[in-house]
Design a protein around this ligand. Sequence first.
Ligand SMILES: [Zn+2]
Length: 260
Amino acid sequence: MMWFLSIVFLLGLSIGSFINAWSFRYKTSRSIFAPSSCFSCGKKLTWIELVPILSFVFLHGKCRSCRARISFQYPLVELITGLVFVFIAYRFGFATTNYLLLTTHFVFWSLLIAISVYDIRQTIIPNGGAYFLAALGFISPIIFGNPEMIFQLEHIIAGPLLALPLACFWFFSRGKWMGLGDAKLELGIGWFLGLSLGLSGMLSAFWLGALVGVGLIVASRIAQHFSFSMKSELPFGPFLAFGAFVAWFFDLSIASFLYV
Ligand SMILES: [Zn+2]
């Protein structure tokens, strides 16, 4: 069990590393496969400087050549992805041998992390990521050994029905409260999780978003160099992703929301 857990965690760390590289290079001229280099001095990084988390800790978050600060995003995204992978493996039981199921979940939640990181950095949800997620969500019953389900109304409507309220928010606020990307993202989440879990995930996202929004407004009143108001833009993608994960991991049925 311990070795399985370690492998899953290390796999998550490496995927997290990859997500970092992608988030900095997507829509730039730099290839995702080009060797990594320092953003400040351009020096190519050696393999020892690319070890997830550890290199950041040992280098005290600074480039070895020019001492420029390395973004805290690197170890944070690596750690989150590593932990998410461990949670996924835990959810299926460490003894699971259904590697197809496990891999599909690794791919799905990694994509959501990548899209969230990009949304936080650029406040936009990349179309390619959202469409790939939607396709994966739609065909997921086939992968999970339930192929006849993709013709069932319950499955077909799950994505669009969950995306609809977000699309309405986007339409009626003219893109101020919500981006159309959030609706596209919810399409994949809805198809992957199904209507019930998808709805609890979305409600969790709204609760979390409201809490964090209020927290940021309070923080901006206290801290001088930080400003956030009702008019500030808060990327909603990360909340949709986190809410979905919480709903899936704890198997939150929609009924659990009616009694709180
Ligand atoms: Zn440097």
